[in-house]
Design a protein around this ligand. Structure first.
Ligand code: SF4
Length: 213
């Protein structure tokens, strides 16, 4: 990366971290995936109950594997091989976890988080239930504002996620959102966290790499 590009990214991260803090979130920057994984691990005490939302980012930083080696109760609903009934049961259990770990679809330069869910399991646990929420996101998730986040979601994030998850939606065929009414639609619930929710702790770990979608 050229020096001026590096400078530009650093300024964008600085604006975003400051804005998140003004909106009552804890926010930290770490340079890479390894540091992000270490940062999350040090915030989890032995014996804790830890739930996770579906997230490409958490897998990419090696966190899901690392959690399997900790002395914790690890609730991982989206792990392959579970029946739909088992998934739903684990999702419900994760609402009362000590900690909930997730990625995010976007973080804005004015310090907001933007997420879109199909069933609400991920955003539900972010908002209420777990005592502490830790969100990990790459710098590629930074957008100017909520309007930009919604545009990126429709044009870029949702079609790729639909394809990744094997959904039977128009976007998974064409790569373009058709604002479908498919039963497999993944964009049912749009949630903006304008400030930190009042009843939980929430930390955003911004990673100096491109992670997730
Ligand atoms: S509304 Fe339907 S077509 Fe559009 S991105 Fe979501 S799942 Fe895909």
């Amino acid at each position: 990366m050229e020096q001026w590009q590096q400078w530009f990214h650093e300024k964008q991260v600085e604006r975003t971290i400051n804005a998140l803090k003004k909106n009552n979130f804890e926010a930290v920057f770490v340079p890479d995936s390894k540091s992000a994984c270490e940062e999350v691990m040090k915030q989890i005490p032995d014996g804790a109950t830890v739930g996770v939302g579906g997230s490409v980012t958490l897998g990419q930083i090696g966190l899901l594997e690392a959690l399997g080696n900790r002395k914790i109760r690890f609730i991982w609903p989206m792990r392959q091989g579970k029946t739909p009934e088992e998934v739903l049961d684990l999702v419900r259990q994760s609402f009362s976890a000590d900690l909930f770990l997730s990625g995010t679809n976007a973080v804005t330069e004015d310090g907001r988080l933007f997420n879109v869910d199909a069933s609400g399991n991920r955003v539900g646990a972010m908002l209420m239930g777990p005592k502490k929420v830790i969100i990990v996101c790459g710098v590629n998730k930074i957008v100017k504002d909520i309007e930009a986040a919604e545009k990126k979601l429709k044009a870029w994030i949702a079609p790729q996620n639909a394809k990744r998850l094997g959904r039977k939606t128009p976007c998974a065929e064409t790569g373009v959102c058709a604002d479908c009414k498919s039963p497999d639609r993944i964009c049912n619930i749009y949630v903006t966290l304008a400030k930190k929710p009042s009843r939980n702790e929430m930390t955003i770990i911004l990673v100096g790499e491109s992670l997730g979608i």
